[in-house]
Write a protein that binds this ligand. Structure first.
Ligand code: HEM
Length: 474
């Protein structure tokens, strides 16, 4: 049977992506890291990522090499000076999009996540404005309404995992911010499609499956449930883009899709449907699962600590006078803000970020050749006792006593790749938690303990963070 040239190219690409890149560690002049086979390291990183990184840091110090089969070699950096150099580095010298190419089948070739250089900077210029400042604050009502809707549905007196309702809240918010969808059947349909897609993509083994399965071939089929759901969501997004194009600009509402339809390339061309779909998919997927996990972890850290809860409820009462918080109250909730930052420090969602050196690059006084993946590792930096005394203790006050720079606290990454939704996520967390804490009294069931497990690329609580609702409207 003859194989078409296109199919042959795809097979070769699959083979290429599955082959680990091997550079001799001595070339970097750094501690070599574990000597175990790359497949074993990938398995360890998949099953217990944080323990694996901590163990390596104990054995090998501030920078070490890990080898993950199929993904290549990663230089983990946990010295703040080295992280500073990477985040301040020239974007042409350090690429991140190349390192994220395994995301292309899902978010597309035009996604900001997989682009570098000028195309990357251009996407950021289009996508950032609606996710910060006044535009972001205009979504406060949507954030509060989604929270109140979730709280009202909670059964009193029996344990309930918090992750699921947090996901419902953040999905509704992102669909409104990105697509302008308000309550109704259209939103419910798309919500269902995103949920079904994510259920398929959340396996703790997805990191391994991505390398074992011929992803580039399978993505064109509907054999795997993940790709079936992806095709369905794609069709919906293309249909939505088409119908919004037909509407007059004034009827499209304020949302990211409206901005994308109005945006143009430097030569004046409008963005094509594929570019718009890739941007929408990127924001929907990057923008809600992470935030819901962060909210669940924040509840896990805050609720069982009476002294922390006490300070938060006092601050809320003093600021709002005991009523539902308003948008203008949020900026005054400084202790809640510190508690959110501390929970993002102590509970890791994405342990490190990646930068591929395109030319010789100096980080932390060490020279790296081109072709090395440098990884500022937030998990390890956030646990440094010289930056965070008694790092395993949850103490929001540290964020009131001093300011941490972008290379000392970076759950959202840094430099020219800093998370596009950082301001949005922090604002949303504050809006949701302040509303939640004025509306319900949560208690952690005695003996509960949540451990971090992989959920796709993120680390989420294995039990969803169980809470008992002891009556609403305290
Ligand atoms: C607590 C919630 C969130 C966390 C912990 C988080 C974390 C991150 C991290 C670590 C990165 C990589 C940064 C780097 O490489 O330096 C990133 C990138 C990104 N995030 Fe987030 N994120 C969150 C919420 C959001 C939200 C709400 C959105 C959108 C509304 C979003 C959209 C993006 C996008 C588009 C990128 C790619 C940026 C680029 O490559 O230029 N994220 N995020």
């Amino acid at each position: 049977m003859a194989i078409g040239a296109e199919r042959l190219r795809e097979i070769l690409e699959v083979a290429e992506i599955a082959r680990p890149r091997q550079l001799p560690p001595e070339e970097f002049g750094i501690a070599p890291g574990p000597g175990t086979p790359a497949a074993w390291q990938l398995l360890r990183y998949t099953l217990s990522p944080l323990e694996f990184l901590e163990e390596c840091a104990r054995r090998f110090g501030d920078s070490f090499l890990v080898r993950l089969a199929g993904y290549g070699q990663f230089v983990m950096l946990s010295a703040p000076e080295a992280v500073h150099d990477v985040f301040r580095g020239d974007p042409h010298a350090l690429h991140s999009g190349e390192g994220n190419e395994f995301l292309i089948p899902t978010v597309g070739r035009n996604s900001v996540l997989v682009l570098d250089d000028e195309p990357h900077a251009r996407q950021r210029r289009i996508l950032l404005p609606p996710l910060k400042g006044e535009r972001m604050r205009s979504f406060f009502d949507a954030m509060q309404a989604a929270t109140l809707e979730a709280v009202r549905a909670w059964p009193a007196g029996r344990p309930l995992g918090m992750l699921e309702p947090m996901q419902q809240i953040t999905l509704r918010v992102i669909l409104q911010a990105v697509l302008g969808l308000e309550a109704g059947s259209e939103r419910d349909d798309i919500e269902g499609q995103v949920r079904r897609l994510l259920v398929q993509g959340r396996s703790r083994y997805s990191f391994i499956l991505l390398k074992v399965l011929p992803v580039r071939l399978l993505q064109k089929t509907r054999w795997l449930p993940f790709y079936r759901q992806l095709h369905a969501l794609n069709e919906t997004l293309y249909a939505l883009i088409g119908s919004r194009r037909q509407q007059p600009a004034s009827a499209r509402g304020e949302n990211v899709l409206t901005d994308l339809l109005a945006a143009s390339h430097d030569d004046g061309r409008s963005l094509g449907d594929d570019e718009i779909r890739d941007a929408l998919m990127t924001l929907i997927l990057a923008g809600h699962d992470t935030t819901s996990i962060a909210l669940a972890w924040a509840l896990e850290q805050i609720v069982p600590r009476p002294e922390v809860m006490g300070r938060i409820t006092d601050e809320l009462r003093n600021t709002t006078g005991g009523t539902l918080p308003l948008a203008e109250h949020l900026a005054r909730l400084e202790y809640l803000d510190a508690a959110i930052r501390e929970s993002l420090r102590i509970r890791t969602i994405l342990p490190f970020v990646v930068r591929l050196t395109k030319q010789t690059f100096v980080a932390g006084g060490r020279e790296y050749p081109p072709g090395v993946v440098l990884c500022p590792c937030s998990h390890l930096v956030h646990r440094r006792a010289d930056l965070y005394p008694e790092p395993l203790i949850f103490r929001p006050e540290r964020f009131l006593e001093r300011t941490y720079s972008g290379h000392e606290w970076f759950p959202f990454g840094g430099g020219n790749r800093t998370c596009l939704g950082m301001a949005f996520a922090l604002y949303e967390m504050k809006a949701v938690l302040s509303t939640l804490f004025t509306q319900s009294c949560l208690v952690r069931p005695p003996g509960s303990r949540s451990t971090a497990v992989r959920r796709g690329v993120s680390l989420a609580p294995h039990d969803g963070v169980l809470m008992v609702v002891n009556g609403n409207d305290p």
